[in-house]
Write a protein that binds this ligand. Structure first.
Ligand SMILES: Cc1cc2nc3c(=O)[nH]c(=O)nc-3n(C[C@H](O)[C@H](O)[C@H](O)COP(=O)(O)OP(=O)(O)OC[C@H]3O[C@@H](n4cnc5c(N)ncnc54)[C@H](O)[C@@H]3O)c2cc1C
Length: 289
């Protein structure tokens, strides 16, 4: 499996990278960790004439806490950067834990969070937990920059609203009142498996009452999907096993899974019911986000 020929650029700034992309148009692709691009080029489903590497954009690798803004994750941070980040351990352990459930070490060492979001595969592991934590993303292009809720980035299977010359530069997790969060994924192997279904939850709990809840379902819709009805059902209610079980039942009416080699639609719906209940219990019992 040889790679097809391509031209290669490695600009030193975001502006330069965007300018190159605008100049070359659809003949070119941004290249970050390359875990998706290289695979597709090798099997012949992708043949960009030009690759614009983001590897010199060192500033995009930072994970930092910015007072008044929140935790800012550079789009070039790798999955293992998320796994090992002390800031995330302190603020959002659930994000490190979600990244740890992805792929194997080799892929986690080079695959990036930006690539995972822009790839927009429905089974991707990072979008659900980041959406549950109300994250937004910064997109920078030749015409300026914009910050949008992560939820609005995804428009379909492997589709986003990121324009052709735009680079996703950072993911922002705002300060919040949520008291617990988690992501639970079900794969067909114990490690290195893609999600058959995944559920992320963030809750704000005060004295046994759910004050706020965000539930995001992965791999069971064309995009990561908020389980809005289930969230509404929980808010203001006293926590009980029955309540969480009912929330699970409601969640499974809010997805529209496909049947494929990893599982049938019905099986995925059952998974959503069970994983929602478990994720809610875990997020409630954790007592920290
Ligand atoms: C063996 C294997 C196992 C895997 N397991 C999992 C798994 O368990 N869970 C999971 O979620 N994923 C998994 N993946 C998928 C993959 O690792 C991720 O999607 C990865 O995060 C992609 O990031 P990258 O930097 O490698 O992207 P690249 O391959 O470099 O790029 C992917 C796409 O994103 C675009 N892009 C990249 N960065 C940016 C940016 N900053 N701004 C704009 N566009 C950008 C590229 O142009 C391209 O279209 C697996 C992949 C492999 C090969």
């Amino acid at each position: 499996m040889y790679l097809p020929d391509f031209e290669y650029y490695a600009p030193d700034s975001v502006q330069e990278a965007c300018k190159l992309k605008a100049e070359f148009g659809p003949r070119a692709m941004f290249f970050s960790g390359g875990t998706d691009i290289m695979h597709k080029m090798k099997i012949g489903t992708l043949a960009p004439e030009i690759l614009i590497s983001l590897k010199n954009l060192e500033a995009l690798k930072k994970i930092e806490y910015v007072p008044g803004k929140g935790v800012v994750i550079g789009a070039r941070a790798t999955h293992n950067d998320l796994v090992n980040s002390e800031i995330l351990h302190k603020k959002y352990m659930s994000v490190s834990e979600a990244a740890h459930q992805m792929a194997a070490n080799q892929v986690r060492n080079i695959g990036t969070v930006g690539g995972n979001l822009i790839n927009a595969v429905p089974s991707a592991d990072l979008p659900p937990i980041l959406m549950a934590l109300d994250a937004s993303v910064k997109l920078v292009g030749t015409k300026g920059e914009r910050v949008i809720p992560l939820e609005e980035l995804f428009t379909g299977v492997c589709k986003t609203c990121c324009c052709d010359d735009e680079i996703l530069t950072e993911i922002i997790i705002p300060d919040q009142k949520m008291t617990g969060s988690t992501y639970i994924k079900f794969g067909l192997r114990r490690s290195g498996a893609l999600a058959v279904a995944g559920v992320a939850v963030a809750v704000e709990v005060d004295k046994d009452v759910i004050k706020d809840a965000r539930i995001v379902l992965g791999a069971v819709y064309i995009t990561p999907k908020r389980a809005i009805e289930s969230e509404k059902f929980l808010i203001g209610e006293k926590i009980s096993d029955e309540l969480l079980a009912e929330a699970g039942k409601i969640s499974c009416t809010e997805c529209k899974p496909i049947s494929d080699m990893r599982g049938s639609a019905e099986y995925r719906q059952n998974l959503v019911e069970v994983l929602t209940k478990r994720a809610l219990r875990k997020a409630i019992d954790k007592g920290h986000v």
